[in-house]
Design a protein around this ligand. Structure first.
Ligand SMILES: CC(C)(COP(=O)(O)OP(=O)(O)OC[C@H]1O[C@@H](n2cnc3c(N)ncnc32)[C@H](O)[C@@H]1OP(=O)(O)O)[C@@H](O)C(=O)NCCC(=O)NCCS
Length: 174
């Protein structure tokens, strides 16, 4: 399995004691166990969107951060095979006590740099209509949002992920 070294942005101000590495298949249970709490959705099955295949096949383009208290953050993404000019960020999460410190921004910027170096010119992501926090985060990172329908003031693609599963699509040039 490929675990290429990670070069963080030179101006990255990481919380003290935090280390960023590539995720491994063995990390999968801890990541999915954290999702309901980190997403603030205790009864969610959102973790089913993140099966082990992402840890088996996309570890070389993903990140996991740890500190003395355990897992601190993760970003799961990949460079598209079918669209070589595109990269895709599937999941990002930051432990609640580490929010608003620029950690997700650092992981995104590291992903952008690696994607650029691999020849990608665009990065895509999606989020659910109720996830205003994610929408604000992606807007702050320079993503443009798109959708075909208005849901309580949020433009999202109707039935994007199946019936009733509307999603806001984000795209950003690299
Ligand atoms: C969304 C999330 C990853 C942001 O992580 P974070 O480390 O707190 O974000 P950062 O500190 O790097 O913030 C980067 C920018 O996003 C903005 N931002 C982050 N969270 C925000 C929020 N809740 N509301 C508004 N803006 C927000 C910040 O203002 C910041 O902008 P700035 O740098 O211009 O000041 C985190 O809140 C999280 O894990 N949420 C639960 C999981 C989730 O919804 N993931 C996204 C969908 S997969």
């Amino acid at each position: 399995m490929l675990h290429p070294p990670i070069e963080l942005p030179s101006d990255a101000a990481l919380p003290r004691g935090l280390v960023v590495r590539r995720p491994r298949v063995a990390d999968h249970p801890a990541v999915v166990a954290a999702i309901p709490d980190w997403w603030g959705m205790p009864d969610t099955s959102i973790h089913l969107l993140l099966p082990p295949l992402f840890f088996q096949h996309f570890s070389d383009t993903s990140f996991l951060a740890e500190d003395a208290d355990g897992m601190a953050a993760f970003l799961i993404g990949f460079h598209s095979h079918a669209q070589p000019d595109a990269a895709y960020i599937h999941f990002v999460g930051v432990r609640p006590d580490l929010r608003h410190l620029g950690l997700a921004r650092t992981l995104y910027e590291t992903f952008f740099a690696e994607a650029r170096a691999a020849g990608c010119h665009r990065v895509d992501a999606i989020t659910g209509v109720p996830n205003r926090r994610s929408q604000a985060f992606h807007a702050a990172l320079g993503f443009e949002a798109s959708g075909d329908t208005d849901y309580d003031g949020v433009r999202a693609w109707r039935d994007y992920d199946g019936p009733g599963e509307h999603r806001v699509a984000f795209s950003r040039k690299l």
